[in-house]
Design a protein around this ligand. Structure first.
Ligand code: HEC
Length: 185
């Protein structure tokens, strides 16, 4: 009995240490996972036209989208071709520049423009998933209501379980092999 308790305690401690489970504030906002840049990198998109990354700045520079997922969810996806409960996906949007340092062509990433999250927490959200948007340098992101376009576009056009796996090259083939890939063309 005592050993089970200690084991449970240390498992909870480990999860908290790696910050893998989503954390919420009392009013239901998502706490920024500070170490998301040490998570698994899924892909970058440049100047994608569907949303904020499609907006160029005054100099015509498009934005980059960088997508990260917590490591335990990634491992589960490799096994099952879909996301486990408590998955947290982060979309980091950065400005770009062309002429920077020795670079005179192509694109490099510069300052942060926005951070958004897509979180799977089935006990908490009726549809399983919820979206959050971080404002400025705040460490907390407000829950985006289900009436917003995030939910319908992701639900209808995302290839796997409300996520855009069709744009994540290492996961796309796995989902196809496991039969979880939904064609949304
Ligand atoms: C018209 C379709 C569309 C709408 C609306 C949309 N997204 Fe997405 N979203 C995408 C696409 C396409 C990607 C693929 C990744 C990329 O941008 O590189 C994506 C990726 C993401 C990701 C990365 C993880 C994933 O789910 O694949 C997050 C987080 C995200 N979007 C948040 C949001 C939030 C928050 C909103 C609403 C404010 C939103 N999105 C609205 C199309 C959409």
């Amino acid at each position: 009995m005592k050993r089970t308790f200690i084991l449970a305690l240390s498992l909870a401690g480990t999860a908290a240490l790696f910050g893998q489970d989503p954390q919420y504030t009392k009013d239901g906002s998502l706490v920024m996972p500070k170490d998301y840049r040490e998570w698994i990198f899924l892909s970058s998109g440049l100047g994608m036209t569907y949303g904020p990354a499609g907006q160029t700045d005054a100099a015509g520079n498009p934005r980059f989208d960088n997508v990260f997922v917590n490591p335990s969810a990634y491992k589960a996806f490799l096994k099952n071709g879909t996301w486990p409960d408590k998955t947290v996906l982060i979309l980091e949007i950065r400005r770009s520049e062309s002429k920077l340092s020795i670079n005179t062509g192509g694109r490099v990433q510069t300052e942060l423009a926005a951070i958004e999250a897509n979180v799977k927490d089935t006990a908490r959200f009726p549809g399983g998933w919820a979206f959050f948007g971080f404002q400025g340098s705040s460490n907390e992101a407000k829950l985006i209501p289900t009436s917003e376009g995030c939910y319908s576009c992701h639900g209808q056009k995302g290839a796997v379980d409300s996520t855009f796996v069709q744009f994540y090259p290492t996961l796309r083939e796995i989902a196809k092999k496991k039969g979880t890939f939904k064609s949304t063309e």
